[in-house]
Design a protein around this ligand. Structure first.
Ligand code: RM4
Ligand code: NI
Length: 295
């Protein structure tokens, strides 16, 4: 059992009243599982990685957004050119008379959805606000805390407007084709996905889209889909009594032997070993770009 790592606000906030701080991870390195005495928003800009949140693995990539509560245990088990920003905040230091809980999932007790997708348009708007927030949080002026809180409020609203459920089959109408593709892939965990009809429907070039996907995420489309399926399989093995063959089917594998081979290669243990080891942090190797077949 690894030691419990708790990140403290004293190490990340400039003063005892500062409500929000920005931590840029360019790149995010592998980071041990931890909790905090502050909350954080995680916005993923590019690359990919394996984010483990409360023992559940999530394959993350460009456009992913997480709302992390102080007590949530999370870490980055594998990274590949992963670029993200953490917006750290202390709920008790927010002073505006605003229904923060309506804007920030998880602030109120009870079940909530921690993982979302942010449209490309939302990412652009969020990026601008975060840049301002970062500058302001470095100032030691009387009104800096207040302006940080104002910018954070805007950010929370922008995220709320431009986010959509991570398992939604379609992206927001405002979204570009890359957002649409990632949504379509998230919805193809249990069934085959064909790029050609997708490109016909979206009137785009297959080659250009593959290239764009690779540039932004550091993976091929096929590799990402496989990772989504394996993550889902890990979840089902851990949280259901489904037979391995049934898990395979629900994760888009017709052949359960082939599923076991792929699973073992990606997760470093067989599906049944994974089921027994549930609760322990998953072992996984990063995906160096060189590993990925081009085209
Ligand atoms: C780490 C990692 C953690 C975050 C800290 C501030 O690199 O991203 O999740 O809590 O930074
Ligand atoms: Ni954290």
């Amino acid at each position: 059992m690894t030691e419990r790592l708790i990140l403290r606000k004293a190490d990340f906030f400039a003063s005892a009243s500062q409500p929000v701080a920005v931590e840029v991870r360019y790149p995010q390195s592998v980071f041990a599982q931890h909790t905090h005495d502050f909350c954080e928003l995680v916005l993923v800009w590019r690359g990919n990685g394996l984010h483990v949140l409360n023992d559940r693995p999530w394959r993350i990539t460009r456009g992913d957004l997480f709302y992390i509560r102080a007590r949530d245990r999370h870490g980055y088990a594998a990274v590949n050119d992963l670029v993200l920003q953490n917006i750290l905040y202390c709920p008790e230091r927010l002073t505006f008379n605003v229904d923060w809980a309506a804007l920030l999932p998880g602030l109120r007790d009870g079940p909530f959805q921690p993982n979302w997708r942010l449209s490309s348009q939302g990412m652009t708007m969020a990026r601008q606000l975060i840049t301002q927030l970062e500058q302001e949080s470095n100032k030691r002026e009387p009104l800096a805390d207040c302006l940080c809180e104002a910018l954070f409020l805007q950010l929370a609203i922008v995220l709320q407007r431009h986010r959509y459920a991570a398992d939604s089959a379609v992206a927001l109408p405002e979204s570009g084709v890359l957002d649409a593709l990632i949504a379509a892939l998230a919805n193809s965990r249990d069934k085959p996905f064909a790029l050609e009809p997708f490109c016909l429907q979206h009137q785009c070039s297959e080659r250009a889209l593959r290239q764009q996907f690779r540039n932004q995420t550091g993976m091929t489309i096929g590799h990402y889909l496989r990772q989504l399926r394996i993550c889902h399989a890990q979840y089902l093995l851990q949280h259901s009594d489904l037979l391995i063959g049934e898990v395979a089917t629900r994760c888009g594998f017709e052949d359960s032997n082939y599923f076991s081979v792929v699973f073992t290669r990606e997760a470093g243990m067989t599906p049944s070993q994974w089921r027994q080891h549930s609760g322990e942090p998953p072992q996984e190797t990063a995906m160096p770009a060189a590993d990925i077949a081009v085209r």
